[in-house]
Design a protein around this ligand. Structure first.
Ligand SMILES: *Cc1c(COP(=O)(O)O)cnc(C)c1O
Length: 391
């Protein structure tokens, strides 16, 4: 069977995990910071906070930015629901902006129209998504966001190692937080780096970083400089006692374990090789499908694409999907538009609201894309697609 995505676990990964299992710390140990430091360096951000999964990362970001009832936040309908749900967790309202049908990313003109149609201050934030691994141009988003006073959470789950090129010609890595306040990643096995479950927040803001650290662990701080209660109330005499800590805000337990972090650090060492392989696979698909009338793909494909997914838009998509399944090729659909999920419909969204996303959804299909996909397997996928269209 050939899935659309798959993890790759090496002997080195296994050793990294078993070493931790035999050590003193299964959680809250040294592997967490090691992974955070390596990851921050990889994406070019100052700070990184490892968490239990990508959804927890999004939730912590929304909390750190004080999202609350009455807030209106913009995101794309073509994403995993968590990009929107994190705002709902905090009582905020989600407003979808339609996609650009050639990049499949949120359409900056649709965002601008929304912002211009309401008084300034109506919207508080935006969650752009580097969908499929293609980097959103965050410089453009930031210019607009600054004009309207919005914060930015970059959902970079699909794009560790991806980048866009800014107006000065510099490559800007996804998650480097140069333009976004916060960025988030997931280490679910179908993503580039697999921890089983796992997530990361990156930022360049020390204030947000400290908030995230506390929120990840129940809102607890353990630092003499930050205590609110007096030494006397804490039970000390001249200084705070050794056991002392304070729960200052309502946080969660969103920690990652040390053995997951060790797996992440080990996987991160191969991340560049993985991306290079993904780009080769994409090139081979591009060559195979270019000029074929029954298929189109993300146009203007750029060097910074991290290729979490390889998506084509196909005629008679349902039959193609079923045909591939008969060959044990498990293609997938990304995504059912978020605004059409019954939950979001219950909040007032309906079919017809996002025409470009909806027409994309009628044709999109994600073909197998992962570094260990062999040339033979990929050729078989291409042959099966050709077969279906009698090519
Ligand atoms: C995977 C994913 C998430 C959520 O990550 P989990 O680790 O599964 O919670 C959020 N946003 C996008 C775009 C994703 O692909």
């Amino acid at each position: 069977m050939i899935p659309y995505g798959r993890q790759n676990i090496t002997e080195e990964d296994l050793r990294a995990v078993t070493d931790v299992l035999k050590s003193d710390y299964l959680t809250q140990g040294p592997n967490i910071q090691e992974f955070e430091t390596a990851f921050a360096k990889y994406v070019g951000a100052k700070y990184a906070v490892a968490v239990a999964n990508g959804t927890a990362a999004l939730h912590l970001c929304a909390l750190a930015l004080n999202v609350s009832p009455g807030d209106k936040v913009i995101t794309t309908p073509i994403t995993f629901a968590a990009s929107a749900n994190c705002i709902r967790y905090c009582g905020g309202e989600i407003v979808f902006a339609d996609i650009d049908p050639s990049s499949y990313l949120i359409d900056i003109n649709a965002v601008r129209s929304l912002l211009e149609a309401s008084p300034k201050g109506t919207y508080t934030g935006i969650v752009p998504v580097d969908f499929a691994g293609r980097a959103v141009n965050l410089e453009e988003i930031k210019n607009l966001a600054d004009e309207y006073g919005l914060w930015i959470i970059e959902d970079a789950c699909h794009a560790p190692g991806g980048f866009f090129t800014d107006s000065e010609g510099n490559d800007q890595l996804c998650g480097n937080s140069k333009f976004a306040d916060l960025a988030i990643f997931s280490f679910h096995p179908v993503k580039h780096i697999a921890c089983g479950e796992g997530g990361m927040v990156t930022t360049n803001s020390i204030e947000l970083y400290q908030k995230l650290l506390a929120l990840r662990t129940h809102g607890i701080v353990k630092s003499n400089d930050l205590y609110v209660n007096s030494i006397e109330l804490a039970g000390g005499d001249e200084s705070y006692p050794g056991w002392y800590m304070e729960m200052q805000t309502l946080g969660y337990n969103y920690r990652l374990t040390d053995f997951q972090a060790a797996l992440g650090t080990s996987q991160l060492k191969r991340a560049d090789d993985g991306i290079a392989r993904r780009r080769l696979i994409a090139q081979k698909y591009n060559d195979a499908f270019s000029g074929k009338s029954f298929i189109s793909g993300q146009s203007g494909v750029d060097a910074g694409h991290a290729y979490h997914l390889y998506i084509i838009e196909a005629d008679d998509r349902l039959s193609l999907y079923n045909h591939l399944r008969e060959q044990k090729i498990f293609a997938q659909i990304h995504y059912i538009p978020c605004h059409l999920m019954p939950y979001y419909q219950s909040l007032g969204w309906k079919a017809g609201d996002m025409p470009k996303a909806e027409s994309y959804y009628r044709k999109c299909i994600s073909l197998p894309m992962y570094p260990t996909l062999t040339d033979e397997e990929q050729s078989f996928v291409i042959k099966s697609v050709y077969e279906f269209y009698n090519e």
